[in-house]
Design a protein around this ligand. Structure first.
Ligand code: ADP
Length: 302
């Protein structure tokens, strides 16, 4: 049976320095990255769509073509007079840092004009992140949660990666409150332990697991860098999966996004929680072994 995975968020122009100091233009953003990875490793039984908003300028059109060329269905409303966000990578002594121009991007209006999330039926999944929540103002964030609730009432399942970015929020309190609100609506939460420890004070991955389960999520998968992934689902006992050892970590950008794409494509195909985590780790391992957010990968199950 063909299922749909829809991710919702912001895709940006990426300017990445090459060895000669010149910048190469690409496109990336957490929720688009997850869609891109899911599309690469999933079979024909999965449709992958990306919902966002773009501007009416040339680079917005290029982004749409790029998304479509990746095999991901672009569901992009056009905001006249706006453009897409941009980030630039700086390299100093091998360390990457990021500068962003996204505060007035079209994606901040991605919910405008939407009465329901299009093209979804019972058994399909939607993936959002804490960044998706953070770029929306209060009214639009409430609208997004309303659209998700409506989809959920039709049997659509909701996945959420808290992807905590304090700089995008007005206050840490509001950030934590909104993240827990979205988690309460979610069927699956995919946090990364280091972020959760820093911003929620969790003492262990078990504590992160327990907090999101208590919020109402039926399944929680806690990523932890090179450490074991801890997860639990329904009333089954928790599982622990060790990611493969990486001989050379080149660039961890988008590791979590890649994990989400690999995990969800397997999970939606009926794989067990443990096998789905292996699928996520297999995709993430390839991504951190190469430079850039979007790296060609193979799935563990393909
Ligand atoms: P995020 O990128 O969201 O911070 P993590 O750093 O927790 O997420 O990493 C996500 C996944 O990427 C991990 O669960 C693991 O599979 C893989 N990963 C990340 N860093 C490493 C590493 N140093 N060695 C092996 N696997 C890693």
């Amino acid at each position: 049976m063909t299922r749909t995975l829809m991710t919702i968020g912001e895709c940006m122009v990426e300017m990445a320095p090459g060895d000669d100091g010149r910048f190469a233009m690409g496109f990336a953003g957490d929720m688009f990255n997850s869609a891109w990875y899911a599309r690469q490793v999933a079979g024909d039984g999965l449709r992958v769509a990306f919902l966002s908003a773009i501007g009416d300028d040339a680079v917005s059109g290029e982004m749409k073509s790029f998304i479509r060329a990746a095999g991901v269905k672009p569901l992009l409303s056009v905001v006249p007079g706006k453009s897409v966000g941009l980030y630039l990578i700086s390299l100093k002594d091998g360390e990457r840092s990021f500068s962003y121009w996204r505060s007035d991007s079209a994606a901040r209006r991605l919910t405008d004009g939407l009465d329901r999330l299009p093209g979804l039926a019972s058994g399909d999944w939607v993936l959002i992140s804490g960044i998706t929540l953070a770029i929306l103002d209060d009214d639009r964030r409430a609208r997004l949660l309303g659209l998700l609730s409506e989809a959920k009432s039709r049997g659509v399942l909701i996945a959420f990666d808290p992807n905590i970015r304090p700089r995008l929020w007005d206050s840490p309190e509001e950030m934590c409150r909104q993240i827990m609100k979205a988690a309460a609506l979610s069927d699956l939460v995919l946090p990364s332990f280091d972020d959760e420890a820093t911003h929620f004070g969790d003492a262990s991955p078990e504590a992160t697991l327990a907090r999101y389960r208590a919020a109402g999520a039926a399944s929680v998968v806690v990523k932890n860098g090179a450490g074991p992934v801890m997860a639990s689902e329904g009333s089954f006992p928790p599982v622990t999966v060790h990611p493969p050892e990486i001989p050379a970590v080149v660039d961890t950008t988008a590791a979590g996004d890649a994990f989400n794409g690999g995990f969800l494509s397997a999970f939606m195909d009926g794989a067990s929680l443990t096998d789905s985590i292996h699928a996520g780790c297999t995709v993430a391992a390839q991504v951190i072994g190469a430079r850039g957010a979007l790296v060609p990968v193979k799935g563990s199950r393909s």
